[in-house]
Design a protein around this ligand. Structure first.
Ligand SMILES: Cc1ncc(COP(=O)(O)O)c(C=O)c1O
Length: 361
């Protein structure tokens, strides 16, 4: 089986051992080192490490001091954490449709979803390509909205040369299968000194100095053990991303002209970091996926339904569901193929040949 993803953190061993031997295993100097390196990648002065991408999103919303009933406009085509974080932070989620070209929020649809209760615009940079920040940024400004980027899948991506996480409050996931991982973990990036300071206090039980509580906080801390896992990957990120790009280009080349298959587009002005290589299939996506699995090609359906289309959200007071026809059709057609940096040229060929065979091309 050619797996959809491979987790390779073997070169973290020396740093992890250093942490274990130091006895400082919770948040300490290694987290600071990780944060400094991450801030550079995101092109901002501050990176605040936390214990998951979900808590990054929760903390980013919490720090904005929303009132009950305040709305966050986001994408319905995303991992459930986007929605869960909005609800956990006590806000209300409203949805705009996406664009078929980049699978991200469509600025025209966003304009129609903004109400007088909207306080936050939360684009999701899905699969590693940033949303249309050239339009979403000004739109947020026009309506006085805070921008919180769900950049969980987009570390190192850029739009007009500006990195993910530098447009607003950037929220990244460091989950095991992400382009940079600490096993579990997350980061919030910001250029705002005050917000960074408040996030650091919030992360640590609302405590500025020992037993000096400023807000009702939480334990969102990352550990030095986790940070040590991530540091070598940040050092190699440019190189690993370049391999992902080459793999994606090989797939797009090899899959060109297959009837009923639409390869992913890289839109002008955007650097895609290929967290996923996601095609759209015209026929029965699930049958196609099953056939690929049968023939040893790992694949993933991210995501099979709109994020709010589950019973637990049906009558949820914090969820304002709406029609999103483009997102609904994409959810029925999208399938991700392996693009990870461990793929060999022979495996890339096998993926291409097998997809062609299965689709009769
Ligand atoms: C788009 C998106 N948002 C949020 C998250 C949440 O991150 P985590 O799993 O680290 O909590 C993820 C990753 O799983 C994600 O893909």
């Amino acid at each position: 089986m050619i797996p959809i993803t491979v987790v390779d953190v073997a070169d973290a061993e020396p740093l992890v051992l250093e942490v274990l031997r130091s006895g400082v295993i919770a948040q300490g100097p290694m987290v600071k080192r990780f944060e400094d390196a991450f801030a550079q990648v995101a092109g901002v002065p501050h990176a605040v490490a936390v214990n998951s991408g979900t808590t990054a999103l929760v903390a980013a919303i919490q720090v904005l001091d929303l009132q009950p009933g305040d709305e966050v406009v986001t994408s319905p085509f995303t991992f459930v954490a986007t929605l869960n974080a909005i609800l956990e932070a006590g806000a209300t989620a409203r949805f705009a449709d996406i664009s078929r070209t980049d699978f991200n929020l469509d600025p025209n649809s966003v304009a129609g979803a903004v109400t007088d209760r909207t306080k936050v615009l939360m684009p999701v940079h899905l699969y590693g390509q940033m949303a249309d920040m050239g339009k979403l940024g000004p739109l947020a400004e026009e309506h006085g909205l805070a921008l919180v980027e769900d950049a969980a899948q987009a570390v190192g991506a850029t739009f007009d040369g500006k990195p993910a996480g530098s447009y607003g409050l950037g929220c990244f996931s460091l989950y095991a299968t992400k382009n940079v991982t600490t096993a579990e973990g997350g980061v919030i990036t910001t250029s705002d000194d005050k917000i960074a300071d408040r996030l650091r206090v919030l992360r640590n039980q609302g405590m500025r100095a020992r037993y000096q509580y400023e807000v009702a906080g939480h334990n969102y801390r990352m550990t030095d053990l986790h940070a040590a896992v991530g540091i070598p990957q940040l050092e190699k990120l440019a190189e690993l991303t370049e391999i992902r790009r080459r793999n994606a280009a090989a797939l797009t080349d090899g899959l060109a002209g297959v009837p009923g298959l639409h390869t992913p587009a890289v839109l002008p002005g955007r650097d895609h970091v290929w967290h996923q290589y996601t095609v759209l299939v015209d026929g029965d996506r699930d049958e196609f996926a099953a056939k690929l699995t049968e023939r040893g090609i790992g694949n993933g359906t991210y995501y099979p339904k709109l994020v709010f289309d589950y019973d637990c959200y049906r009558d949820h007071p914090g969820v304002i569901a709406s029609d999103a026809p483009v997102a609904a059709s994409v959810a029925a057609q999208a399938l991700s193929l392996p693009v990870h940096p461990k793929l060999t040229p022979a495996e890339l060929d096998t993926i291409i040949t097998t997809v062609r065979e299965v689709l009769g091309a």
